[in-house]
Design a protein around this ligand. Structure first.
Ligand SMILES: N[C@@H](CCC[C@H](N)C(=O)O)C(=O)O
Length: 270
């Protein structure tokens, strides 16, 4: 099986080209591929398949040729991945499957329009973030309140007073399963200046990662909420680099680097 490896601000993915939708991808195989010692190692898998081959998104096939079938490192399925869709777009263009410019990609969270050149940053229209209320997370015995933001996938974005650099995110932070029955991605951030935040994230299905695109947008929404704003450009610094989030009344945009770093043949047995 052919694979590529790529990342967006060090949120890293194994890319599996499967244009005709022939690949069986059980959770155990995804987890084995993502294993950082016994596998290739990644925060998730991006299966690249034509939208018309997948019942889940066939209805979007008129508008998008390609479907990003995203899986977390533990093999679970997620609706959306903001860094993943940027890396996916970079792959489509580099592989000559799509021309640079603007085009749509089908995801379980709906259509996402991306914009990119032959090189340079990739921008994605992430849709309108939906604020669903407030909730709490618990990290190392400390409770932090935050905003429940729906980006197609669930987020709890918490502004905290303690420096995020000192947090221990090696364990699953506590959350309210009544609010998040399917689990949640948890962002903790420090607002460090006008429209600037430093964020760490514990992702559902992958643990702590060095970046999360949907999480960066959720963080910008929560930081804007605190500042009494709802539009504008926010810089979100993550362990793996820097993302730019633009909020407007109708939608949100995420911009940043997306890089392919390797390609090869996968011989991993389940
Ligand atoms: N890293 C991603 C989000 C991936 C999915 C997430 N772990 C979930 O289960 O919802 C991003 O860049 O948005």
């Amino acid at each position: 099986m052919r694979f590529l490896k790529g990342h967006g601000t060090e949120n890293d993915f194994v890319i599996l080209p499967d244009p005709d939708g022939e690949l069986e991808l059980p959770a155990t195989l995804v987890a084995a591929i993502c294993d950082r010692r016994a596998g290739i190692g990644a925060d998730g898998v991006l299966r690249v398949t034509r939208a018309k081959t997948s019942e889940e998104v066939a209805a979007l096939a008129g508008e998008a040729e390609w479907f990003m079938d995203y899986r977390n490192a533990d093999g679970s399925v997620a609706e959306m991945c903001g860094n993943g869709v940027r890396v996916f777009a970079r792959y489509l263009v580099d592989a000559g499957l799509t021309a640079p410019g603007e085009f749509a990609i089908a995801t379980r969270g709906g259509l996402r329009r991306v914009r990119l050149g032959a090189e340079g940053d990739v921008t994605v229209d992430m849709g309108r973030p939906v604020v669903r209320g407030e909730s709490l997370t618990t990290v190392a015995g400390h409770d932090y309140p935050g905003l429940h933001v729906d980006m197609g996938n669930p987020h709890l974005a918490c502004a905290i007073g303690d420096p995020v650099a000192q947090l221990d995110l090696t364990h699953q932070p506590g959350f309210d399963p009544g609010v998040f029955p399917a689990g949640v991605n948890i962002e903790l951030f420090n607002a460090v200046g006008p429209r600037r935040a430093v964020m760490r994230v514990h992702e559902r299905g992958s643990g702590e990662t060095r970046s999360c695109g949907t999480g960066a947008v959720a963080t910008a929404v929560a930081a804007a909420h605190l500042a009494g704003e709802s539009t504008g450009e926010w810089i979100v610094e993550v362990l793996g680099g820097r993302l730019t989030v633009t909020l407007d009344q109708e939608t949100s945009y995420l911009s940043g680097p997306a890089t392919l770093v390797a390609a090869g043949e996968l011989t991993l047995a389940e």
